[in-house]
Design a protein. Structure first.
Length: 73
């Protein structure tokens, strides 16, 4: 959906900004809500409705879903 120049800018920003990590837990569902509450990851919509970016992310996801439906054959 992005033009190549925008894709390059986004990739550059992601490489310089984003980080990824994980932790193993025998029952992750028992701690998920507490982790989301503590870290407030903006892309995680579950248990995170108070995040300042919640509505923006929700609307962006809706638009992407609608755009994707238009590309299905």
């Amino acid at each position: 959906m992005l033009v190549p120049e925008d894709e390059a800018h986004l990739s550059e920003w992601m490489n310089g900004t984003l980080r990824l990590t994980w932790a193993e837990h025998p029952e992750p569902w028992t701690v998920e809500a507490a982790v989301i509450d503590e870290l407030q990851p903006p892309l995680n919509q579950a248990d995170n409705t108070a995040h300042p970016a919640y509505e923006y992310v929700r609307q962006a996801r809706r638009r992407w879903r609608e755009a994707a439906k238009g590309t299905q054959r």
